[in-house]
Design a protein around this ligand. Sequence first.
Ligand code: HOZ
Length: 431
Amino acid sequence: MNHAESARLFSAAKRLIPGGVNSPVRACRAVGCDPIFIVSAEGATICDADGNRYVDFVSSWGPMILGHAAPPVVEAICQAAGRGASFGASTPGEVELAALVCDAFVSIDKVRFVNSGTEATMSAIRLARGFTGKDVVVKFDGCYHGHADSFLVKAGSGVITLGIAGSPGVPTDIVKNTISIPYNDNEALEATLRARAAEIACVIVEPVAGNMGCVPPQPGFLEKMRALTRELGIILIFDEVITGFRLAYGGAQELYGIEADLTCLGKIIGGGLPVGAYGGRAEIMNHIAPDGPVYQAGTLSGNPLAMAAGAATLRLLRQKDFYPRLNAKAADFAAALGEAGRKAGLPMVLNRVGSLMTGFFTEWPVMDYLSAMRADTGRYARHYQNMLASGFALAPSQFEALFVSAAHEPAQLEAALAACAASFARIARRE
Ligand code: HOZ
């Protein structure tokens, strides 16, 4: 495969942009490649600057659940763009999207739109602190909640991928208010919350972790978290930036039957445009300015293009049978992937919830950060390279998820499985 134009663009990008990228993982260092530059996409296919086509399993890290350039979403964006890109003022589109979000999540009475998942989580913990009058935030090792200072403690995503322990530039004074404990560890959870309940404003969690690879909650983990936070006067924040409208229309909360106090959203609710949101019970949300004293604002918040793309997306997701069909397709794909690993004699653990999954190159169950770290990242890098050369784009890190979208056609999934089987066989033979 010729990547000459991508290589030329990457050289130019490295002179102009730190690392040549606007987000670290996409530099592809963990898989020993240079990035390909994408110029267009349609359905489940992306096309690079050299004209190579790939079946895409990154899905823009989650938002493209309908596939790329879904016609109703493109039309909604074009119509909105024709009316003006941004007004810095209230628009009908934000009322429509707010109604769709509040309708989807039983736990959300009111929602505030921002521009990214990072802004959503950052604002949600400020609100939790303002509401409770307490400062400490509890998170879980390997969970990623964006790049705000308070969250860069044992974080997932690029922080694991690049092996960064913490980040210079984050004041110790800020992270002293963050406690990170192991995911899926009920004892650590109970001990921490009971010991420091008087200081803890909130617990924030990815209800299905998606940034150390896909790691599902063990039965009882989220239930215990809900019961303890309720008993101890601690706000429970579900970071559903990945899982919201991905696992079910009402996200992980619908799937597991648990209501969070605050929910962070992003990705899918913008239909591929930059967006984030946080919402919850009116009693809590009424503390945000201008109703209350907790300040948060943004010129592009509720941007009309993002609102239009999000609403067009959610209207399609709301259709009966959308999730059962997508999840069944993803389940068959994951089962066949696991089987291909077994046949090749390659130890692999396949974690999946709905259409979110990760194949870890390890023989031990992956339930938390430490077990995820046992995965053989060298094997993943070889698998990534083999797949790219065969026309299939995976996330350039073992510690990210694979997303199946509604646009993946059976023939594309079968071809991907055949390529995986060939790649696994080569890895097993150490080629
Ligand atoms: N943090 C994102 C994945 N969980 C990566 C975003 C990107 O590089 O585009």
